[in-house]
Design a protein around this ligand. Sequence first.
Ligand code: HEC
Ligand code: HEC
Length: 467
Amino acid sequence: MVFCLTFTLVGQKLAKKRSLSALSRASPLGASMIVRGLWFGRLLILATIGCLGIARAQEPGPLANPRSQTQVGFPATLYGWVIPADNPQTPEKIALGKALFFDDRLSEDGTISCDHCHGPAKGFTDQLPTSMGIHNQFGQRNAPTILNALFNTTQFWDGRAPTLEEQAKQPILNPIEMGMKSPEEVVAKIKAVPEYNDKFHKIFGREVNFDDMARAIASYERTQFVFDTPFDHYMAGDQSAISDSAKRGWSVFNGKGRCMSCHAWDPTQPLFSDFKFHNIGVSAHKSDFVPLARKALGILAQGASSQQIDQLAIQTDMSGLGRFLVTKQPHDIGGFRTMGLRNLLVTQPYFHDGSQQTLWDTIDHYNKGGVQNPFLDGGIVPLGLSENEEDDLVAFLATLTSPEYQPMAKKEYDAQFKRSRTDRPQRDTNAAMGLNGRNGPGFGGPFGDIGPAQNAMGENPALLGGD
Ligand code: HEC
Ligand code: HEC
């Protein structure tokens, strides 16, 4: 069985290469890949029929296919609203966007496609703390999932892109992600592939251009919605869809845990996010906010393009300033977008810097009142959750797993559970229960964790300039 699975995975990788090279028949390398690909493809089909019976060598795997709208919990009305009038969904455009999403040629050295960091088999993430782009360079931020990103009111952890279309352009041009030098360079590369050139003409009725590329990619991403979880079934009336522990966890989520105040859920907006920005203390672990904000203002004052802000966010220590890089408002320092909570057990690790390994660690972070800093959201306070309540909360979060990810998520849940019994780096029970007070100057309350240099700050953060 292990052999069969390995074989299928290897086969899929090769099948992917094969179909990509089919788009560049002009090159002799492409031709030889097709021959090799076909040979492997046949072997693969025989092997998978033999091993699994039904599995097909589909490129780049069934988890990348557009999803069905018949899922329990699918917000049909909301879906209608989020498809932009100037970029309607068509099967041809979606197929083009899919090909682009999986095409390494969109990167400077031909090694990195969107799926490198947003792989369907990893819940459209890379499961790394922070992402690695061309020439093995690591950025500062964790790759969020593409799943349900169509419903986000802004894109990126700091909301710096208003739409999926605008978002898609940034990684292509970011020097350490895909590293293309300019939109013109990307367009020239795509135009040179006859199949792409034909498709663009057919679909958009004009020359290949960067905006249409982004439109096609965004259309593909808008096919990646996932619901139909045990929780969705529970909310639709099936009392037996989730365990008693998960039901208790749902109560903690709504009550004592205060999660619902930011991770909002209702039947018309079932995304578990208010889509607002909050400083919950994640980057306070390592950022000394005020000097960093001053440094950022110095750079942003010269007028920053979206590409420059992207580079500050991905490539510099100013990344931890979050939403502030976009608005320059002091109250946005260290603020990040409330992330949705679906399929968390395939999108680990957690938070914008991937700093937490398990769901227990993220809940320990909230339980002790986050990490104190002058910009901490008022909604982050010590919670006093017991161990059992934390276990229940994780059991609830685990019910937010869509059917196609259940086996993977079960494995990850087991691994995290095991780890949580012995290894809890963020746990601070006394702080969570409000027992140990650490009264840093200017804070005046019982807190468990204070970010470096935050309590030695000489200046009033409220006076920090913005415009
Ligand atoms: C080198 C890794 C890497 C590559 C390649 C990459 N991304 Fe990302 N992606 C990230 C990271 C990291 C973030 C978060 C960055 C941030 O918020 O500042 C992100 C954010 C996103 C988001 C926002 C999701 C949300 O919830 O806000 C979308 C959508 C997305 N990427 C799509 C794409 C597309 C489309 C491509 C290809 C054109 C692509 N990405 C290429 C790493 C990558
Ligand atoms: C004040 C608003 C707020 C409250 C209350 C809140 N969250 Fe969050 N949550 C956020 C924000 C903002 C982020 C992203 C923070 C970051 O990465 O810097 C986040 C991120 C997360 C993540 C990581 C998601 C990912 O993809 O990495 C999990 C899990 C999570 N929250 C669970 C919870 C739970 C469980 C509770 C209740 C105990 C809770 N949150 C309460 C705002 C909140």
